[in-house]
Design a protein around this ligand. Structure first.
Ligand code: ADP
Ligand code: MG
Length: 320
């Protein structure tokens, strides 16, 4: 049986019937880095705060680490780095962690070792005696993460962990996420910064206007519309015109003296050999075939546009 750390069924939290998130059904596998992606205002923070019991659902239900959401038990092994957190910056990193450790109920005997451990884990060893005021944004994010890690959580929520950071800070946070994953943690990551999330997420959910558009393994979503770049002998256009219907789109990238380059979109996995057979059968010289990987941004736009298309059809039907 699949091992999920989060499972929701039609979970909704709306504000007086509007906004928030609506009917979200998803599963987050243990040990994954789950990217919850959507534009600003899509409903990401609302969803996370509902899972954490900070907001009360207006519909549906959810289970987190085997316990119903909203229960104290469900959040015992959970760490949370809220969006746009601000800590009192006159404190040193060490002092901040001591306050948090107290809040987490860590006994004074274990506190010191636990703090030393998290400080090392977020890469701040040697800097914890400095005031937070003097920290770079990346270091501030790290100290926030250290707070979220104090209780040694199995599941960690990071709400827009990189949106305030410069490229170096972003890279540091990505590395930290990968380290946490390697330590066996599950990470649930809210972000509107798609291109950044690509390298670090293995699962993604795409939320748009409060509704989950698609979710699953990034590898599989990425393969939804396979594309190949073909370099063909000239006069290939006529042959391409007659290609079978599994070719969804084609466009000429460039043509040189003897060669033409095309970008071809296929309707599913496993079509590449068929495409090549069809071309060879028509006597086209195939010089090069390059499989194009789509970016998270392209996949995101594909699903959102599909969703918008559905919405338009529905609107239209409603109006007739
Ligand atoms: N406290 C609130 N009261 C009313 N509407 C809210 C409240 N919080 C969020 N919303 C609305 O719900 C939607 C989703 O917000 P949010 O969950 O913050 O999105 P995201 O985190 O993806 O940017 C937005 O349209 C926002 O305006
Ligand atoms: Mg948010």
């Amino acid at each position: 049986m699949a091992d999920y750390v989060i499972e929701t069924w039609e979970l909704s939290k709306q504000y007086e019937g509007r906004g928030g998130c609506k009917n979200v059904t998803l599963q987050v596998p243990r040990g994954s880095v789950f990217g919850f992606l959507g534009q600003n205002g899509a409903g990401k923070s609302t969803f996370v705060r509902t899972l954490l019991g900070l907001l009360h659902p207006t519909g549906g239900k959810g289970v987190m680490l085997g316990e119903p959401i909203g229960s104290v038990e469900s959040r015992q092994k959970v760490g949370y780095l809220p969006e746009l957190f601000r800590y009192p910056d006159w404190l040193t990193g060490q002092q901040l962690l001591e306050h948090h450790a107290e809040l987490c109920g860590l006994s004074s005997s274990t506190r010191k070792t636990v703090i030393r451990d998290v400080v090392a884990r977020v890469g701040l060893a040697g800097r914890e005696k400095e005031r937070i005021r003097g920290y770079s944004k990346g270091m501030q994010q790290r100290i926030g993460l250290a707070c979220a890690l104090l209780s040694d959580p199995e599941l960690i929520f990071l709400d827009e962990p990189t949106s305030a950071l410069d490229p170096i800070g972003r890279k540091e946070v990505r590395e930290l996420i990968a380290e946490l994953r390697d330590q066996g943690k599950t990470i649930f990551l809210n972000s509107h910064l798609l291109s950044e999330m690509e390298s670090v997420c293995d699962h993604v959910g795409i939320i748009h206007r409060g509704e989950l558009v698609v979710h699953g393994e990034w590898k599989k979503l990425n393969a939804v519309l396979p594309q190949v770049e073909l370099t063909l002998g000239n006069d290939s256009e006529a042959a391409l015109e007659q290609l079978p219907s599994f070719v969804q789109q084609k466009s000429r990238v460039k043509s040189e003296a003897e060669l033409e380059q095309w970008l071809v979109t296929l309707d599913g996995e496993g079509r590449v050999p068929q495409l090549l057979e069809a071309l060879l059968a028509r006597g086209v010289a195939v010089h090069e075939v390059v499989r194009k990987r789509q970016s998270l941004e392209e996949v995101f736009l594909y699903w959102v546009q599909r969703k918008e298309g559905e919405a338009h059809v529905a609107d239209h039907e409603n109006h007739v």
